[in-house]
Design a protein around this ligand. Structure first.
Ligand SMILES: NC(=O)c1ccc[n+]([C@@H]2O[C@H](COP(=O)([O-])OP(=O)(O)OC[C@H]3O[C@@H](n4cnc5c(N)ncnc54)[C@H](O)[C@@H]3O)[C@@H](O)[C@H]2O)c1
Ligand SMILES: O=C(O)C(=O)C[C@@H](O)[C@H](O)[C@H](O)COP(=O)(O)O
Ligand SMILES: [Zn+2]
Length: 385
């Protein structure tokens, strides 16, 4: 794994251009499917130089949405056009409620219409929704064609663009239709975050907190000291945080790509979070917001099951408050929560799996057939208990 390696994206090396270079490269080690995560500032317009042979002479379909295309699309398209055979663009509607099989179907139409071949390339430009759905297109079109992730939200840069989980939602359950399908590369330009609304920055911050809580107490301490710098997108704080999260995720994915075991730890807060998203029809909470509530619940569950110190939850809530993230559940009946949990992909032999912290930086997998305590936690943490 290489870190802080300077890979010039530009041929000239004037001091001004030094910014426009890849400042960290994290490798996801998966044998002959290993791939790099390039992290830098102002590198989008140098995509053709950084990605090199992966795009040269290719027929490329950029999948994005209109908002992201207006803000970032032309810069990328112009760069790719310098070396690709053709570059086409297709947009999908914005919003979690459109992360569906119907939207995916429109992408198959576009791929066919643009005559994409097995050797063609899908480029996902956008947040986690674009990345997840474009990745599923790439995984399934002609039984799999190459794709590259170019994430433009904080959440996608620290989490969703890495690791190859690609999916769409079913109305009854989150990410129920999907695949494990790795990209050929991930290119992260932190400058793209400058146009991101603050609510989305906070949603991404929730996954950063998750990553620290599950696997890196040092990062957790760093967040406690540098929340504001990250939320205000200060370049050094961002670079440090994005690289740290990618490094942790890459290590977990390299060790357990298809979630046979330890990868489930990346699901900290998600058994609760996905249930919240499903029950609210994907229309009320950003994914990161639902995860924020789920993290608080996971701590409370660990207090009841494993005597986790309540100080962990207190420190977590301070971080969440700093980012204006929610910490309380919406109101639903016990039956609704049970139904939502029963469709979680981690359920095994009727047991629902919750990831619960043991301490800051360490978590464990907890299986429960009896949901009494989890439902008690939801009731305690509900808006109107
Ligand atoms: N595959 C994984 O491992 C994984 C991990 C975490 C989350 N996810 C999935 O990711 C999704 C959430 O992703 P998200 O939080 O990025 O949401 P998102 O994709 O909806 O993006 C959030 C909003 O930001 C806008 N946007 C994107 N980039 C922008 C930019 N640079 N400037 C201005 N606006 C911009 C989008 O148009 C959208 O309105 C969920 O569906 C979640 O399930 C997947
Ligand atoms: O990459 C993983 O593994 C994760 O669990 C990361 C999560 O943040 C992400 O939300 C993921 O999409 C959840 O996966 P799912 O398998 O629970 O749908
Ligand atoms: Zn997530």
């Amino acid at each position: 794994m290489v870190d802080k390696e300077q890979i010039p994206a530009t041929k000239a090396a004037s001091p001004k251009e030094e910014q426009q270079s890849v400042t960290a490269e994290v490798q996801v080690q998966l044998g002959d499917r290993s791939y790099p995560i390039y992290i830098g500032h102002q590198i989008l317009s140098h995509a053709h130089e950084i990605l090199g042979p992966r795009i040269e002479g290719k027929r490329i379909l950029i999948v994005t949405n209109e908002q992201v295309y207006d803000l970032q699309g032309q810069k990328l398209q112009q760069s790719l056009e310098k070396v690709a055979a053709t570059v086409d663009v297709v947009t999908i509607p914005d919003g979690e409620e459109h992360k569906t099989i119907d939207t995916l179907s429109t992408l198959y139409d576009a791929a066919v219409e643009k005559n994409l071949e097995r050797s063609s390339l899908i480029v996902a430009l956008g947040g986690g929704i674009v990345g997840d759905i474009a990745g599923l297109l790439a995984a399934t079109y002609m039984r799999g064609i190459p794709f590259i992730q170019i994430p433009t939200t904080l959440l996608a840069q620290v989490d969703s663009s890495v690791g190859g989980k690609v999916a769409v939602n079913h109305r009854k359950g989150k990410n129920l239709i999907g695949a494990f399908y790795q990209p050929q590369a991930v290119l992260i330009d932190s400058e793209t975050l400058q146009t991101l609304p603050s609510r989305e920055i906070s949603a991404g911050y929730a996954e950063i907190i998750k990553t620290a809580l599950l696997g890196d107490s040092e990062l957790f301490g760093y967040l406690e000291k540098n929340s504001q710098a990250i939320l205000q997108l200060e370049p050094d704080a961002l670079r440090h945080t994005i690289a740290a999260c990618c490094r942790i995720k890459a290590a977990v994915v390299s060790a357990d790509e298809e979630e046979k075991g330890q990868r489930a730890l990346l699901n900290l807060g998600h058994t609760f979070g996905h249930a919240i998203e499903t029950l609210t029809h994907y229309q009320v909470y950003r994914h990161g917001e639902a995860v924020a509530i789920g993290l608080v619940a996971a701590c409370r569950l660990a207090e009841k099951k494993n005597n986790l110190s309540s100080q962990v939850r207190e420190r977590l809530i301070k971080l969440l408050y700093a980012a204006n993230l929610p910490t309380q559940f919406p109101n639903f009946s016990r039956e609704n929560w049970e139904k939502a949990f029963s469709l979680d992909k981690k359920v095994k032999s009727g047991k629902v799996i919750f990831i619960i912290p043991q301490s800051i930086g360490a978590c464990q997998i907890h299986k429960d057939r009896d949901l009494t305590i989890a439902l008690e936690v939801i009731e305690e943490l509900s808006v109107n208990p």
